[in-house]
Design a protein. Structure first.
Length: 391
């Protein structure tokens, strides 16, 4: 049996690949207007460089989840390879069309990478290390987002070619590392595939699993709506774009910390329901506070606590989904991500209609997170099952 440190090396490399994928996804998000002028296209065209990702995820989450369940190592390596190829394609020309082609390839890789979070932790780590593995994988996603925000602010559009080349180099080094890790580091356990191959249908026929998806949709939806519309919502209170951006950075940083430290505490003590009750009720209280209190410092504190709780709940939801997957962990994870993105789209569209009123926007978000608390008792929380067979 290979050493614990080697298996943690695999999980770490995988987390870095996921972080690079998120970084590549949001390369142009901090510089939308400037990039539109540079590439001589509209702002909405630049928006597609990011918006193509949820669209690709919607189309590919289930089939790619099935691919991961059938042939995990090949599918995971293929996802990392596509991520690097897309990054390299972006360096071939300064034209918008080439940049878009590269982004499409990176977007296609995302479901193969993100759907593997629970399986990587479950197969390469023993039970006591699994929560920390899930925490590392989840936190890496938001770390990649944070790097993108920082790099986008640090590089002017004149340096965009250097930024793109640097990101391509990182993605290429990481895919080589992951391919070697897949080949030479064996899993501790191996998950057996679902017997009838009907994982998605079976999961969607389960009331408790649908409650899990509902909770994911509301939690992700609230986070996505806030990150999408916070500046517009707070503009009525005189909050500048830079100040709103700082609030988002604080939210993502605190969320990354939450995803990194909460899972091990919660899973070891079997506190999943308590964690999710706290997340939904405290987030509700925070939204009500921001709705009525316009103080910037109070708003920053609310964003920090809300990010810590909402993002910190992601590994728990993915873990619960994996435990009930019965050999379909890739599909289960894909369904959670699908629900989250779908909820984000719906809630963000509703908030868009309320964006001129901070009071109405945050009261709506409070109502949604309060409603989510009623789904917590129905969740299919189980201990680890016999689906994983020791090698």
């Amino acid at each position: 049996m290979q050493s614990r440190s080697r298996r943690w090396t695999f999980v770490t490399i995988y987390g870095l690949v996921c972080a690079s994928n998120q970084m590549l996804w949001l390369t142009f998000a901090p510089m939308t207007t400037t990039a539109a002028n540079h590439y001589h296209v509209s702002v909405s065209d630049i928006g597609w460089l990011s918006e193509i990702f949820p669209l690709a995820y919607f189309l590919l989450a289930i089939p790619f989840g099935h691919a991961l369940d059938k042939n995990f190592k090949v599918s995971l390596s293929g996802g990392a390879a596509l991520n690097a190829i897309g990054a390299i394609v972006r360096t071939l020309s300064g034209s918008f069309a080439i940049i878009l082609v590269g982004q499409i390839l990176i977007a296609i890789s995302q479901p193969l990478l993100l759907n593997a979070i629970t399986r990587v932790a479950g197969e390469y780590l023993d039970e006591k290390d699994r929560p920390n593995g899930l925490a590392l994988g989840s936190a890496s996603l938001f770390l990649g987002m944070l790097f993108s925000l920082i790099l986008g602010s640090a590089f002017s559009i004149a340096d965009i070619a250097n930024l793109i080349r640097g990101e391509a180099l990182v993605a290429t080094v990481l895919v080589v590392a992951l391919v070697f890790a897949v080949k030479y580091i064996d899993p501790l356990v191996e998950q057996l595939p679902a017997e009838d191959g009907s994982g998605a249908r079976r999961l969607l026929q389960s009331g408790p699993f649908l409650a899990l998806l509902g909770l994911a949709a509301i939690g992700f939806g609230a986070f996505i709506a806030i990150t999408t519309w916070l500046q517009s919502i707070l503009a009525d209170r005189g909050v500048s774009a830079n100040s709103a951006g700082l609030l988002l950075v604080v939210m993502v940083v605190s969320g990354t910390v939450g995803a990194g430290i909460i899972p091990s505490i919660v899973t070891k003590r079997k506190l999943e329901r308590i964690q999710l009750y706290i997340t939904t009720t405290v987030t509700t209280a925070l939204c009500i506070t921001v709705a009525f209190v316009s103080n910037y410092v109070a708003t920053m504190a609310a964003m920090a606590i809300g990010g810590f709780l909402l993002i910190g709940a992601l590994p728990t939801l993915l873990d619960i989904a994996d435990r009930t997957s019965s050999g379909s962990s890739g599909i289960a994870s894909g369904l959670v991500w699908l629900a989250g993105n779908g909820g984000g789209l719906v809630i963000a569209l509703i908030v868009q209609q309320l964006v001129k009123s901070p009071l109405e926007s945050f009261l709506f978000l409070a109502a949604m997170t309060f409603a989510a608390a009623f789904l917590v008792p129905v969740l299919p929380i189980k201990r680890f099952s016999s689906e994983a067979v020791s090698l």
